[in-house]
Design a protein around this ligand. Structure first.
Ligand code: ATP
Length: 396
């Protein structure tokens, strides 16, 4: 009788233990679901906020379209009694008033002002052109990117060392042999593959100032002044030497010349001619290196590729599997990772992604871990991140 009672007691305890374990599994599962719902909610909140911002911006834009247009003019002289001399596009000079709300610091000769059409009162003031030029280029004293931060472009690194680094660090080698090193090097390939990184790394290695200009930007911003701008960039590089000039999207000024020589086209051609002139008058054994980049080598003007100009063109392709693994290694170096992440598999399934996309995958994986309130990034975070980045690429 007693042994029967003991047996059913044990059974009961076992059942209780089993139920406890089952319950805790269910609780874990529910918690996991809750976290994922919270994650989704966070994402929706963020995108809602972004949409609200966009709506506000668009409303602002619509309002600005309803207003009467303003006249643009340049300040020629500033007087004490809240008056300035301005010159309009046709050349006439006017003495006009400006309100106390205008930033007097910005109101210098050369500054651009927007004027009310009726009374020519100053409504807004923009900094003088000189400042605008400086903001259009990116200047970095000695970038902190090194060759070790670049995954999988070994052959391209050797080329850039020979053609840009060596003429700056050891110009005598070329002199001894009796040849002129290439003046400029052209990197071509799809976006986000490391062209800027290569140029920054060579600047780092040569302790050079990195001066980046985006050709398409200055064609748009400085219509009518592209040539002057090119000259300024080369002068600045000489002043700051050793320096690396990096011209991104060179196709914007270096597209094969068409028969049409109207307005904007003519202006783009003038800018290109100035660039060619700067290249021709340039000593390649000096301490300024020129690196240009493009995604469209097929449309470049032959004149740019002639010997003595950008006579070395190096392809920077999307990374292969081995390079993708190296790039992932570089971008996860500082991340806290779970032990069993299979980077070989990750690089296998990320075919077609660029270096920049792979960096985005790492950042996104980190974001998934943060949202799940985990201290380490796990394999699933990477898979979710790849899914997200690949979907984004398909949409755009
Ligand atoms: P674009 O043609 O759009 O100017 P790009 O080729 O100049 O692109 P980068 O600006 O060099 O591309 O790359 C963008 C970012 O992507 C880099 O800051 C880096 O984080 C990452 N990246 C790209 N390629 C590599 C690579 N090979 N190794 C490591 N990181 C890379």
């Amino acid at each position: 009788m007693e042994s029967n009672t003991n047996a059913s007691k044990e059974e009961l305890i076992e059942t209780i233990e089993f139920l406890k374990e089952e319950n805790s599994k269910t609780v874990d599962e529910l918690m996991e679901k809750l976290r994922s719902i919270e994650g989704e909610q966070l994402k929706t909140n963020i995108s809602n906020r972004q949409l609200e911002g966009k709506i506000k911006e668009l409303k602002g834009e619509i309002n600005s379209f309803k207003k009467t247009p303003l006249i643009l003019a340049t300040v020629t002289e500033v007087f004490d009694n809240k008056q300035v001399g301005i010159q309009g596009a046709v050349g006439h000079e006017f003495l006009v008033n400006y309100p106390g709300s205008i930033d007097k610091e910005l109101l210098q000769p050369g500054a651009r002002v927007a004027l009310n059409q009726k009374n020519l009162g100053v409504v807004n003031v923009f900094p003088a052109k000189k400042d605008a030029d400086i903001t259009a280029m990116e200047i970095e004293e000695k970038p902190d990117v090194t060759y070790e931060d670049i995954g999988g472009l070994d052959h391209q690194i050797v080329e850039i060392k020979e053609t840009v680094e060596l003429p700056i660090t050891n110009p005598e080698i070329f002199e001894e042999i009796g040849i002129d090193p290439p003046k400029g090097i052209l990197l071509y390939g799809p976006p986000g593959t490391g062209k800027t990184l290569l140029a920054k790394a060579v600047a780092n290695k040569t302790n050079a100032t990195f001066i980046k200009i985006v050709a398409s930007e200055f064609v748009n911003k400085f219509l009518g002044e592209g040539a002057r701008y090119v000259r300024q960039v080369f002068d600045l590089a000489k002043e700051k030497s050793p320096a690396i000039i990096f011209i991104d999207e060179i196709d914007a000024i270096g597209t094969e010349r068409t028969a049409s020589s109207e307005g904007a086209d003519r202006e783009v051609q003038r800018t290109l001619m100035q660039l060619l002139a700067e290249l021709d008058g340039f000593d390649s054994r000096g301490d300024v290196g020129i690196v240009a980049a493009t995604n469209r080598p097929d449309i470049l003007d032959e004149a740019l590729l002639r010997p003595g100009r950008f006579d070395r063109a190096i392809q920077v392709p999307n990374p292969n599997k081995e390079s993708r693994e190296k790039i992932l290694e570089i971008h996860t170096k500082r991340m806290k990772l779970d032990d069993n992440i299979d980077f070989e598999n990750i690089s296998e399934i990320t075919e077609g992604l660029s270096g920049a996309d792979l960096k985005a995958v790492c950042t996104e994986a980190g974001m998934f871990a943060i949202r799940a309130e985990r201290k380490k990034v796990i394999s699933k975070d990477f898979l979710d991140a790849i899914d997200k980045i690949m979907t984004n690429i398909r949409i755009t």
